[in-house]
Write a protein that binds this ligand. Structure first.
Ligand code: BQF
Length: 278
């Protein structure tokens, strides 16, 4: 039976550290949180981020724009926030309405205020291994793995999913810690066989029940990045928890696993933004 990794507890520790540092150095830090339209999930995520700011002693400033906002209008807001001395971090909640090109918006954010680490400049720095901003979700996963005391160096790590936001940077962070990393995706042949090699398996697919017990090696660490709804509209991950927990050594729940860590690492990045802006 696997040991449950408590993402809420680990995330609270990270937020406590951020708060302590902000208090110790009497820092005034501002995070702009931009939400466009009325995506229900986005609303929840933005509220989670604002609440974490409060816990950490970071001022959050919400900019809620209507669904029909144009790309020009959003670019103009980003320009204003880039110039604003009271704003240290800028977060534009994704996804954006279809008339707005996400890449255009991300590339307009000052790399020094890009607390999601989505700007090409910051992505490049992550690739090189010389970075200030951590990609929030992958960095949160690393913290969770570290919390188990599991050695990463030399281990077989398999990441399922190749998105720019999770899969690719996740593989890079594991590589920086000397893992042997495989990225699987929808075209991977014999996915189950590849996953069974993993000492550490990270799933970022976005499909409920995707990872089954036959894909998991006995004693593996299983990290579930999925954020899905099951048939009863309940939040669930990618991993068929009931059967996989019988084989894994450690496993993350959904909710209460990776999700809270994503938020905590955003707080860490916002503190870092203040530091690098001086
Ligand atoms: C929890 C996100 C997919 C696409 C865009 C805590 C969050 C979620 C779950 C949260 C996510 C997922 C966020 C839990 C932010 C994580 O208790 O399990 C927090 O707020 N997240 C996002 O901003 O954009 C997403 C997932």
């Amino acid at each position: 039976m696997a040991i449950l990794i408590d993402g809420k507890a680990v995330s609270q520790k990270v937020k406590d550290e951020v708060r302590a540092e902000i208090e110790r150095d009497k820092l005034s830090i501002g995070l702009a949180v931009v939400i466009v339209g009325n995506n229900q999930a986005s609303r929840v995520y933005v509220n989670n981020k604002k609440k974490a700011c409060e816990v950490c002693g970071i001022k959050s400033f919400e900019y809620a724009l209507p669904e029909e906002t144009t790309e020009e209008e959003l670019l103009e807001l980003v320009d204003t926030l880039n110039e604003d001395k009271n704003i240290n971090g800028i977060l534009v909640q994704l996804p954006l309405p279809k008339q707005i090109n996400e890449e255009h918006i991300i590339e307009r954010i000052s790399p020094l205020k890009d607390v999601d680490a989505f700007h090409a400049t910051n992505v490049g720095k992550i690739m090189i291994g010389n970075y200030a901003f951590l990609p929030c979700t992958p960095a949160g996963v690393m913290e969770l793995i570290h919390s188990t005391g599991t050695e990463i160096s030399g281990k077989e790590c398999v990441v399922i999913g190749r998105s720019n936001i999770v899969g690719k940077p996740m593989a890079m962070l594991l590589l920086h810690e000397n893992a042997t990393v495989t990225i699987c995706h929808s075209r991977t042949k014999d996915l189950a066989e590849v996953c069974r090699r993993a000492d550490i398996l990270v799933s970022a697919v976005g499909k409920a029940d995707f990872v089954t017990a036959d894909m998991v090696k006995e004693g593996a660490v299983v990290i579930d990045v999925g954020m899905n709804r099951d048939a009863d509209n309940k939040l669930c991950g990618d991993v068929r928890f009931d059967e996989v927990e019988k084989k894994a050594s450690y496993i993350t729940p959904v909710p209460g696993g990776v999700g809270p860590m994503t938020i905590a690492m955003l707080m860490k990045n916002t503190l870092m933004a203040k530091r690098i802006q001086g």
